[in-house]
Structures are given as C-alpha cells and as structure tokens.
Design a protein. Structure first.
Length: 116
C-alpha cells in the first residue's frame, strides 16, 4: 500500500492561487499514474488532473489552462498548482496513486474553499 499525505488546502479568494502537495511513501517512479480528484458537497467525485510516469498529463475541461500538475521524483511528491480559482473549485481534493495490478491508493483529502 502507498501512503499519501496531502497538504496545501485552505481558504482563498476568487482569482487567487493555491498549491496542493501529495507526498508518497514510495518512489513515485514506480507508480504508473498519480493525480487529483475532487468532490464537492452533493456531487460525485471527479478527476481533476492526472500525470503518468511516462510523462503524459490529463486535465478536466473545467480546469484546463488554470491548473497544472507536476511531479518531483526526488521528493516523491506530486503537486497541483491551482490559479485563477473560482467558487466552483470549492471541494475536498484527494490525491491518488495507481500502480498496475494493485488497487488505487488515496490520501485523506484536503479542503479547498474559494470564497470572498
């Protein structure tokens, strides 16, 4: 099992920025894909961004051009830089790790609230 520890959530005004971090307990080189999901109250969990160890990235249409996912292999950490935040970005953000032939691992979640 991969332990994932998230940090960086908080309260920010519309138009502001936050950077989420997800530190893994193993080398992320060995993890096929890592990324972020989010879940707003009363809504289903949705994929926000994903990065594979092959270098590809995917984003939800709603965050393209505003969010950027990146990996620091030396620190075994994945980041989600969120710019131009909107109220609709308010949600609990979950980091996940996908290893081939294993169940997905999840972080505990971090709250992001965008409000004036």
């Amino acid at each position: 099992q991969v332990q994932l520890v998230e940090s960086g959530g908080g309260l920010v005004q519309p138009g502001g920025s936050l950077r989420l971090s997800c530190a893994a307990s193993v080398s992320i080189d060995s993890i096929y894909a890592m990324g972020w999901y989010r879940q707003a109250p009363g809504k289903q969990r949705e994929l926000v961004a994903r990065s594979t160890n092959g270098g590809s990235t995917n984003y939800a249409d709603s965050v393209k051009g505003r969010f950027t996912i990146s990996r620091d292999n030396a620190k075994n950490t994945v980041y989600l830089q969120m710019n131009s935040l909107k109220s609709e970005d308010t949600a609990v953000y979950y980091c996940y790790a996908r290893r081939l032939h294993f169940p997905d691992d999840w972080g505990q979640g971090t709250q992001v609230t965008v409000s004036s």
